[in-house]
Design a protein around this ligand. Structure first.
Ligand code: HSE
Length: 309
């Protein structure tokens, strides 16, 4: 095999109460990475389409290629060379797991080109290195679901312990991306380092409730558990119209609504595509009333994650 193309989907991280420990993949959009073997050793980015020239072109600075360099080093391969084309199909700083999708597509593509020496689970620490270079923190709640698909729980970072849980088939995600940008590094910087015991107890209850609600297909429990008392109150000030958009989603049939990843995108979970669509249209109308354009994506939870095209 001399060339390969991989797709990795956008993701919703945190999922309300699960800061850095919950994430799920959606159907579209997603980034695509094309690799073509070359005779000389070394990895070269030949083109990035869709980033308006904003991402670094040097292999050791871009999330899509950093993951490949880490993998080659781990496998002790020194004579491998390839050209990389990255199709960025989602906005940067959107809260849709943009850098994670690039890193995952990159690591899945090179693993395929090398004859799949590593399993999907084994690729995870390499994909996380892409997040480190992009946002300064190697969190796994975007790369995990983009790589593995489904709804991911990260029980522990050290040692890494990550698994997927079943979700109801009729659960739909509405993702609304307002036309503003938030840098993940900044959105992490504003968070407090200390949390009160009262808020910790409330958050733990909701985390347990959301996992149980998803696994039991108990939509009321999912709805009651989509409450974040720690991160959302701090970060929501970065998103204009946050409260109004959230209310619009819930008033129009969503089970719950919160910030997607570090924002500014907002997501809602709903039972059925009808509710998901109604909620999404209401969320967009609310942003539009404040003069903010937005993009809308509706999808069930993507159980496949990254795929070879
Ligand atoms: N868990 C991360 C955060 C996701 O909220 O900062 C951002 O990509």
């Amino acid at each position: 095999m001399n060339s390969v193309k991989a797709f990795a989907p956008a993701t919703v991280a945190n999922v309300s109460c699960g800061f850095d420990i919950f994430g799920f993949a959606i159907g579209e959009p997603g980034d695509v990475v094309e690799l073509r073997k070359r005779d000389e050793p070394g990895i070269i980015i030949t083109d990035i389409i869709g980033d308006e020239g904003r991402l670094p072109r040097a292999a050791e600075k871009n999330a899509v290629t950093v993951v490949m360099l880490h993998l080659l080093k781990h496998l002790d391969i020194t004579d491998f060379g390839c050209e990389v084309v990255l199709h960025k199909n989602m906005p940067l700083g959107s809260g849709m797991g943009s850098s994670a999708a690039s890193a995952v597509a990159g690591v899945v593509a090179i693993n395929e080109l090398l004859g799949n020496p590593l399993t999907r689970q084994e690729l995870l620490p390499f994909a996380m290195e892409g997040e480190r270079i992009a946002s300064g923190s190697a969190h796994a709640d975007n790369v995990g679901p983009s790589l593995l698909g489904g709804f991911v729980v990260i029980r522990s970072y050290n040692p890494l312990d990550i698994f997927t849980i079943p979700v109801p088939d009729d659960l739909y995600c509405t993702l609304v991306h307002p036309d503003i940008e938030i840098n993940t590094k900044d959105a992490r910087f504003i968070l407090r380092n200390e949390v009160s015991l009262k808020n910790t107890i409330a958050q733990m209850g909701n985390v347990a409730g959301l996992v149980a609600g998803l696994m039991k297909s108990d939509y009321d429990l999912i709805s009651r558990s989509m409450v974040d008392v720690i991160i959302e109150p701090v970060r929501s000030i970065l998103i204009p119209e946050f409260k109004e958009v959230k209310k619009a989603a819930i008033d129009n049939g969503a089970l719950g609504c919160s910030i997607s990843g570090a924002g500014p995108s907002m997501f809602a979970l709903s039972r059925g595509i009808g509710n998901a669509t109604k909620a999404g249209e209401a969320m967009q109308r609310q942003f539009a009333a404040a003069g903010i354009e937005s993009g809308l994506h509706i999808s069930p939870i993507n159980k496949n994650g990254a795929i070879i095209l």
